[in-house]
Design a protein around this ligand. Structure first.
Ligand SMILES: Cc1ncc(COP(=O)(O)O)c(C=O)c1O
Length: 435
């Protein structure tokens, strides 16, 4: 059955949703044409929509669900916590346990929770400005750090347009070319930057990994210029022990976190960790006047439910890291190998990018190494056709324009084969579209 015939209830929900929600979807990124399915149940690697259709999920709560959906130890802890209160409104023991495991995970000296990845970045940028006394910020073209005005620029191609209707182009934010150190230095010119913020794997551009030399070069540049280096590890933080900073062996001054750090599912998933001499600008016991501190706060910050879910998730990762990373990385390597083979045999122009358990497929005429090269020759029609084709094969991911995927500990070889062989079948049948 095709999508429209088997998603009648989702269609009805979408029509109803449009009466109240602009665009019919809580978050525009989850919308796709002709209308999105609405999910009612998740477990492991699978999701089910309200019509009962099953999909293997490669989106996994915006790439956060490293253990898959409804991982039992986390669910059990959360159910117990609900009986004591989700948000206690006071300091609680879980924020302390959470802080300890997060600091250990990232080898960080101090940490503060935040309510989301967006908030984490907002506070981290504030900290960098307060610490350095400078106000300009460098960010990578194609990098998404959340809907926070001061970082919301050069996210979607073309990068010279304002990122949103409400945003004037701010001179304080300098878009920089990912994986191009000379280009970065040239763009910065004589400007003095408070910080450079970078994802070790460029997420929304389709999982394009940094070259190690690029991150090392940024580190050296920042040390030379008294500029803070911030790694946005909102997606990547738990894809490797110590985060991708551990994988690359490059230490930022501050790390921002989200998603998995709040236990994969729960609101309030975020945090900033890093050097004690910077984080001390958030210490109300040492800096008693509010004007001596950098901004941070939020009603839900450090709520017991999120802290406990995050603590249990990270503790489980500590306990099971060998088997978890061996599993997700080898499934992903299999996928990357097979996809490269399928592309080669199909004679399509396409590239696979990624690192560890994050990988992306790009219908481009050049190998994407940054936002610009991922976008300027992209065949969007082909990307969207693949998306529709795979939905009918029971495979779901986002976005239709930028196919990128992650796998969880709950994914099986056959889940991944469904994705890979689905793409292979598409490439065989779609022959001719962009050749
Ligand atoms: C790299 C990165 N940073 C920041 C954010 C914003 O996080 P949140 O959606 O939790 O505000 C996201 C969200 O997708 C992200 O991918």
């Amino acid at each position: 059955m095709n999508y429209v015939d088997r998603t009648l209830r989702s269609h009805k929900l979408f029509e109803k949703a449009k009466e109240y929600i602009p665009g019919g979807s809580a978050y525009a990124i989850r919308y796709f044409e002709p209308y999105p399915f609405y999910v009612s149940k998740t477990k492991g690697s699978k999701i089910w929509d309200v019509d009962g259709n099953e999909y293997v999920d490669f989106w996994l709560c915006h790439f956060g669900a490293i253990f898959g959906h409804c991982y039992k130890p986390v669910m059990a802890a959360v159910k117990e916590q609900l009986d004591f209160g989700a948000h206690l409104g006071w300091c609680n023991e879980w924020e302390v346990k959470w802080a300890e495991v997060v600091c250990k995970w990232f080898n960080a000296e101090r940490v503060k929770p935040a309510n989301s990845g967006t908030e984490s970045n907002m506070y981290a940028i504030g900290l960098a400005k307060a610490f350095t006394g400078k106000h300009k910020v460098g960010k990578m073209e194609g990098g998404w750090h959340g809907g926070f005005n001061n970082l919301n620029r050069a996210v979607n191609y073309p990068y010279d347009k304002p990122a949103a209707l409400n945003l004037p182009i701010s001179d304080d934010l300098i878009p920089l070319p990912f994986n191009d150190l000379d280009g970065v230095i040239k763009r910065i010119g004589n400007e003095e930057l408070a910080c450079v913020i970078v994802e070790p794997v460029l997420g929304s551009a389709g999982f394009i990994p940094a070259e190690k030399e690029f991150l090392k070069g940024l580190r050296e540049y920042c040390d030379r210029k008294n500029t803070l280096l911030i790694f946005d590890e909102v997606i990547t933080g738990f894809k490797h022990p110590n985060g991708l900073q551990g994988y690359y062996g490059v230490k930022p001054d501050l790390t921002t976190m989200g998603k998995t750090v709040g236990g994969q599912y729960f609101a309030g998933a975020g945090g900033i960790c890093g050097r004690a001499d910077i984080m001390t600008l958030l210490d109300q016991t040492k800096r008693r006047n509010f004007w001596e501190r950098s901004a941070h706060g939020g009603t839900f910050v450090g709520n017991a439910l999120t802290m406990r879910a995050g603590y249990v998730t990270i503790s489980e990762l500590f306990k099971r890291k060998d088997e978890v990373y061996e599993h997700v990385n080898s499934l992903s390597s299999f996928a990357v190998r097979e996809l490269n083979r399928a592309i080669e045999e199909s004679k399509f122009e396409a590239y696979i990018t990624g690192a560890l358990s994050l990988f992306g497929l790009h219908f481009t005429k050049e190998k994407p190494v940054n936002g610009e090269t991922a976008e300027r020759t992209k065949d969007r029609e082909l990307s969207r056709a693949l998306f529709t084709f795979l939905l009918d094969k029971g495979v779901a991911y986002l976005t239709p324009n930028t196919p990128h995927f992650t796998v969880s500990f709950a994914h099986t070889q056959s889940d991944v084969e469904r994705l890979v062989f689905g793409i292979e079948e598409f490439l065989a049948n779609a022959k001719g579209i962009n050749q």
